[in-house]
Design a protein around this ligand. Structure first.
Ligand code: GMT
Length: 378
């Protein structure tokens, strides 16, 4: 199939899922066209023969207070679909991609081209941004007018049905991980460079938005490190980062907490890690937790949204209510103070992650594409 994928090209989970999906589909013979405003961060090379990237450019014009990205994107979609005889258009994140996809579909239909749209809902497009009254009518419309809709967890599907007047079927296709790719990358882990042998290494990876509860991450670590010598690696960039950096300086914790910024070497960082913290307020799935688990890192998390579908309590890690910092620290210490239990949870984390291996997921997307193409409504 010739598949066009629209996504955010940034470090956010939806962009990562879309990019990894495109790469995986290309490996089994499909031709993939990424359409977005710059090269997706996880698309390391453009030398893969059946992957193409089309940039969406918006010329600057002084009249515009806001650049009309949806307009530029839908025009680019029309061009790419026609020029490359695309079979199906897969848009990740409803805003504004599903809306732009619908407009492109209508423009193409006018010229006799009929393209089915598959929309994948990722989380904040529904639970945070999309349900705001400013966006809700447009998001409802573009979901209901997609040929197929998928959500990355059962929890997100239920949130979508609760928050919008949905008249279309939503299939759950969970996020995934390429276990074989991680195993192939396995290398001697130079953890001594980061912390002495006697220290445990704890990691948090996110976009440092308020809903990630960055202060909770640091406070849980403070509680842990008062009982176990440990180091915290904070990976990512975002609006809450500076506050966290200031707090760490103020508390004299700079020796034990390192901020590493955005990284393309997540697997290398996770191979050093003993534990992953994800105390989020909201999380449709928690891709970063799955990436940790696939690298044998147990997860101490909140039980928000779809996290319980990914992290199994008392197996791949532990779950607590949002804001229960004592509970999360206590659970972390259950593992960090018992090496045998920690080893057991590391193995179990990988076992749980294997349920989300890409081999089991990719065929579900192929089926959705084939069905969308077969029943493309004009
Ligand atoms: O977590 C974020 O803020 C980024 C966001 C995104 O859209 O890029 O992540 C969402 O999609 C990910 C991939 O499907 C999910 O793993 C995250 O749980 C989800 N985030 C939220 O629901 C807050």
């Amino acid at each position: 199939m010739k598949i066009a994928i629209v996504c955010y090209p940034t470090f956010g989970g939806s962009g990562v899922v879309a990019t990894e999906l495109g790469i995986a589909l290309s490996k089994i013979g499909h031709t993939i066209h990424f359409i977005t405003y710059h090269q997706p961060v996880r698309l390391e090379t453009l030398n893969i023969p059946n992957i193409h990237f089309h940039e969406v450019e918006i010329p600057d014009y002084p009249l515009f207070k806001y650049q009309p990205y949806e307009l530029a994107l839908s025009s680019r979609l029309v061009d790419v679909v026609k020029a490359h005889t695309i079979d199906v258009l897969h848009v990740h994140y409803a805003i504004p991609h599903a809306y732009a996809g619908y407009m492109a579909k209508k423009m193409l239909a006018d010229e006799g081209f009929h393209i089915p749209i598959v929309t994948t809902l990722h989380g904040t497009d529904i639970t945070l941004v999309g349900s705001h009254p400013f966006y809700r009518p447009a998001v409802t419309f573009s979901i209901n007018h997609s040929d197929r809709v998928t959500a990355v967890s059962e929890s997100l599907k239920q949130d979508t049905l609760r928050l919008f007047d949905i008249t279309t079927k939503i299939d759950v296709i969970t996020n995934f991980i390429d276990i074989k790719k991680i195993e192939a990358k396995e290398m001697p882990c130079k953890r001594d460079l980061l912390a002495p042998k006697s220290h445990k290494i704890i990691t948090h990876i996110s976009n440092f938005r308020p809903l990630k509860r960055i202060q909770d991450v640091i406070k849980i670590f403070e509680k842990i490190s008062s009982s176990v010598s440990s180091k915290l690696l904070m990976v990512g960039e975002g609006p809450e980062k500076q506050k966290a950096v200031d707090y760490v300086k103020e508390k004299g914790l700079t020796e034990s907490i390192s901020f590493l910024g955005n990284s393309n070497e997540i697997d290398k960082i996770l191979c050093y890690s003993d534990l992953f913290l994800l105390p989020s307020e909201k999380e449709s799935f928690g891709l970063s937790a799955l990436e940790a688990m696939a690298n044998k890192v147990p997860v101490i998390s909140s039980n928000a949204g779809g996290i319980p579908e990914v992290n199994k309590d008392n197996f791949s890690g532990y779950l607590s209510d949002v804001g229960d910092l004592d509970g999360m620290a206590k659970n972390a210490l259950l593992l960090l103070q018992d090496d045998i239990k920690l080893e057991q949870f590391k193995e179990q984390a990988k076992e749980q992650a294997s349920l989300f291996d890409i081999d089991a997921i990719i065929s579900q997307y192929e089926t959705v594409y084939s069905e969308a193409i077969a029943s493309n409504q004009f």
